[in-house]
Design a protein around this ligand. Structure first.
Ligand code: HEC
Length: 162
């Protein structure tokens, strides 16, 4: 059955289209990321895939585009971004994590103990803030932009550096 499948001209043609399609898809993915491996983001709590396509109405910035491709936050060390991140932190996070991020009803974000070990990395923190974690740690997706999340993350890194 499998042998005769190839002898049928229509099937051979279908096979050629499939091969062409697969090679085009492979070609496209090598252009998708600067390091050629498109990253997969997952939910901190459930491990389910996390859709990081910018929500409707949200504009991708140089920082978000770069981060979603490489997991590298270009706002780290950028004083203006850190300043904005500190304001956002006070509004959105301090009530639970404390004004200096040293913890309140939510854990400290500036020590080396983690509820989820992934939060030692920028990619993990982004996944937690964007997609939420357990209990009161609700997803911030749609409430603040991805760009604002990166600024908060840069602020948190600056606190650790002190
Ligand atoms: C309503 C309270 C609340 C708010 C607001 C909140 N968090 Fe949380 N956060 C929590 C709780 C509770 C946890 C622990 C979650 C768990 O155990 O699953 C947590 C966990 C985290 C973690 C994981 C820490 C670890 O050790 O793994 C990060 C990172 C984090 N929050 C960042 C933020 C940031 C940044 C903001 C603001 C944008 C924010 N949170 C807003 C309550 C909150």
């Amino acid at each position: 059955m499998l042998r005769t499948w190839w002898k049928n001209p229509t099937n051979t043609c279908t096979a050629a289209v499939i091969v062409l399609g697969v090679s085009m898809a492979v070609g496209a993915s090598t252009h998708a990321g600067e390091n050629s491996t498109p990253l997969t983001f997952t939910n901190t709590f459930s491990g389910e895939p996390l859709d990081v396509t910018p929500p409707d109405g949200e504009i991708a910035t140089e920082a978000t585009t770069h981060f979603l491709r490489t997991a590298e936050n270009i706002y780290v060390g950028d004083a203006a971004a850190i300043g904005k991140g500190s304001e956002l932190f006070l509004k959105q996070c301090a009530v639970c994590h404390g004004i200096n991020a040293t913890g309140r009803m939510g854990p400290s974000l500036v020590d080396d103990e983690y509820v989820y070990s992934r939060n030692a990395s920028d990619k993990g923190i982004f996944e937690t803030i964007y997609g939420g974690a357990g209990g009161l740690m609700a997803p911030l997706k749609g409430r603040i932009t991805q760009d604002e999340i990166l600024k908060i993350m840069a602020y948190l890194r600056s606190l650790r550096a002190k």
